[in-house]
Design a binder for this molecule. Structure first.
Ligand SMILES: N[C@@H](CCC(=O)N[C@@H](CS)C(=O)NCC(=O)O)C(=O)O
Length: 236
């Protein structure tokens, strides 16, 4: 089989969610950083497919949408750790939490990735590290992207009716911590797509000041590291 290719933006939480899935499964992959405006790097896709990342290409298969990609991985790589429980109740619970991560938690992230100029500068550095765009194109992505995203982040925060971006993330962390309780994983006693979605999204904010809000919660941090250790073991 050819090496899977993940088409991504380095700082897209949905892409980090898929990366976490690939990593816990120990699936080696190549990453292609996509230009945010033109998205010229994307592979050919049907007309009705959204021109969004993440997109995963595995041989002839081109799959888009993080939720669909993680489901596809369980089918396409049956010898790897399964992310979707076989038990119907557990499966429903994991999907519910995955949807909460996608719709509620990830919504609160742009204001802590780009909300202050310090954060936007950090974002720019990370994007630069992943990009292999031409000098002019690269400059547009490194500087233009974070400037545009700074404005978007401000709009998202205003729309939420809040003024404290880090406080918003902290509220969401409270919710996830309650779901986790004292358990090792968020649903049942095995890793699932619910853990992968949240841990991937958190990995996206790890280099940013807001990650302090995770570090200051021992139970949450222990869970984060538990999933991280599974990635390292799968890679070994
Ligand atoms: N539901 C999709 C959401 C993907 C998504 O919103 N991706 C954003 C980046 S975080 C994107 O590609 N935006 C580009 C655009 O809308 O032009 C998923 O789970 O993959």
């Amino acid at each position: 089989m050819t090496t899977p290719k993940l088409y991504q933006f380095a700082l897209c939480p949905f892409c980090n969610k898929v990366r976490a899935g690939l990593e816990v499964k120990g699936i080696a992959f190549d990453e292609v950083e996509v230009s945010p405006r033109s998205k010229v790097e994307l592979p050919p896709m049907p007309d009705d497919a959204p021109r969004k990342v993440p997109v995963l290409e595995v041989g002839e298969d081109v799959v888009w949408d993080s939720t669909r990609i993680l489901a596809f991985l369980d089918e396409a790589f049956p010898d790897t750790i399964r992310l979707h429980p076989v038990d119907a109740d557990a499966a429903a619970r994991t999907s519910e939490i995955e949807a909460w991560v996608d719709e509620t938690f990830i919504e609160s992230l742009p204001p802590v990735l780009y909300g202050t100029w310090r954060e936007a500068a950090k974002a720019s550095q990370i994007i630069a590290k992943h990009s292999r765009f031409s000098a002019a194109g690269g400059m547009m992505v490194k500087l233009g992207g974070p400037i545009v995203m700074h404005a978007v982040a401000k709009r998202i925060l205003a729309r939420s009716g809040r003024s404290d971006a880090h406080g918003w993330v902290a509220e969401n962390l409270d919710h996830f911590e309650q779901l986790l309780g004292d358990a090792s994983f968020v649903v049942g006693d095995a890793l699932s797509v619910a853990d992968v979605a949240m841990q991937g999204a958190l990995t996206c904010i790890r280099p940013f000041p807001v990650f302090e809000r995770v570090r200051e919660r021992p139970r949450l941090m222990a869970w984060y590291e538990r999933v991280e250790a599974m990635k390292l073991r799968a890679a070994a």
